[in-house]
Write a protein that binds this ligand. Structure first.
Ligand code: AMP
Length: 280
């Protein structure tokens, strides 16, 4: 595996693979098995796998965890190489933003104001801008994203459509710990007790999905059932529990086969997100 930290180095490394299908996995590092299943998907969809590791300052708001976001390039490189990544791109901030904060950015429109966007203003502008930049640097045929960040998936797809970026977007399912907790680099912040509390997030999604399976279609009832589970534990402070359409992100009164139940909650100081499609 080659590790490149500059754009010119990456372009040189990829020149050797001209004409091949490049499959790209963008990440912020501190890799876990969820990230590595994206690599598995990338290997299926492309000939050469490029992973980026870049903690993008543009997508963090004031007071968020940019400074303490976990970083361990040495460990990440070993995991990426063992899983079959061909080229790891790990640029420093100044390599991506040589003139500081960009003036021209990609705006997500109204899709960036709901769910995550309501609580993280500017977040998706930062995400889409860095993804567009990375696409232009890596020039992938296909890029793999995780359903865990499903609003991000919707917006990246939308960006490719609306801006004619010729990159196929593949969405990989959310990987969970054996007890249901969605894998996340931020899980490292949780104390043992908080980790137990955090389990209620996936449990509440499952309970709503079970109700859906049994025939419940009323969005309010499903949201209430999930919220009631979260309310069992004082360590959990939900920001939203919402039922939305998987493609449009529009809130719905009635659940359908394309509905997603999405949750963001603080567990102690740690902000976690998770979501589940109600129909299997
Ligand atoms: P991050 O490093 O958190 O920015 O995530 C990089 C990519 O990995 C994104 O496409 C995420 O959606 C995806 N990802 C994060 N956690 C998981 C997970 N538990 N299962 C599958 N994909 C994930």
């Amino acid at each position: 595996m080659r590790i490149e930290t500059t754009r010119s180095g990456l372009v040189q490394a990829l020149a050797r693979h001209a004409g091949k299908r490049i499959a790209f996995v963008p990440t912020m590092g501190y890799l876990h098995e969820g990230h590595l299943t994206l690599v598995d998907q990338a290997k299926k969809h492309g000939d050469v796998v490029v992973m980026s590791i870049f903690v993008n300052p543009l997508q963090f708001g004031p007071g968020e965890d940019l400074a303490r976001y976990p970083r361990d390039l040495h460990r990440d490189a070993a995991l990426a190489e063992a899983r079959g990544v061909d080229v790891l791109f790990a640029p420093a901030d100044h390599e991506m933003y040589e003139n500081g904060r960009p003036i021209v950015m990609v705006t997500p429109g109204h899709l960036g104001n709901v769910l995550e966007g309501r609580f993280r203003p500017g977040h998706f502008e930062g995400v889409l801008t860095v993804v567009a930049k990375l696409f232009n640097i890596v020039r992938p045929t296909v890029a793999i994203f995780g359903q865990k960040d499903f609003q991000q998936c919707v917006l990246v797809r939308r960006m490719c459509n609306d801006l004619n970026l010729a990159v196929e977007i593949v969405i990989a399912p959310t990987l969970r710990e054996a007890d249901g907790l969605a894998m996340s680099s931020r899980n490292i912040y949780l104390s043992a007790e908080e980790r137990q509390s955090a389990l209620l997030i996936s449990r509440s999604l499952r309970i709503a999905a079970d109700l859906y399976q049994k025939g419940e279609r009323d969005a309010n009832a499903l949201v209430k059932a999930a919220s009631a589970v979260l309310a069992l534990d004082n360590n959990i402070r939900p920001q939203y529990v919402e039922l939305v359409d998987a493609r449009t992100l529009a809130a719905a009164d009635q659940a359908t086969g394309t509905s997603v139940l999405a949750i963001a909650a603080h567990v102690g100081q740690t902000r976690l997100i998770d979501n589940l499609r109600l129909a299997p």
